[in-house]
Design a protein. Structure first.
Length: 94
C-alpha cells in the first residue's frame, strides 16, 4: 500500500493496527485506545473532554475504559472535541 499522501504519524498508525481481518471488538478497542492516546497527548482531562463533547463524565469514562460500546455519533462528538477527524475505508474482503 502506498502512503505518499500520509504523514509519518498516519503511516505509523496504519502499520500499528494493520491486520488482514480485525474483529469488530478489536477495531473498537483500537479506536478507543487511539482516542485516549490523543487525549493524553493533548493534556485534556476526562472532565474537560466531557464538557467539550457534551457527554457526561461517567459516560466518557465508561467509553474510554471500554466498558460500553458507543455509537459512531458519540465517537464523532469525542473526536470533534479533540479537533480530530476519523478517516474510514471500507473494503471488500470477498
Amino acid at each position: 500500500m502506498q502512503h505518499a499522501d500520509l504523514t509519518p504519524e498516519e503511516v505509523a498508525l496504519i502499520e500499528k493496527y494493520r491486520s488482514k481481518t480485525v474483529s469488530p471488538e478489536q477495531a473498537a478497542k483500537n479506536l478507543i485506545t487511539e482516542i485516549n492516546d490523543q487525549r493524553l497527548a493533548a493534556e485534556v482531562t476526562v472532565a474537560e473532554l466531557a464538557k467539550k463533547s457534551g457527554l457526561q463524565v461517567t459516560q466518557l469514562k465508561n467509553i474510554l475504559g471500554m466498558k460500553t460500546d458507543p455509537k459512531l455519533s458519540t465517537i464523532c462528538k469525542i473526536l470533534n472535541a479533540l479537533s480530530l477527524n476519523l478517516k474510514m475505508e471500507i473494503q471488500n474482503d470477498g
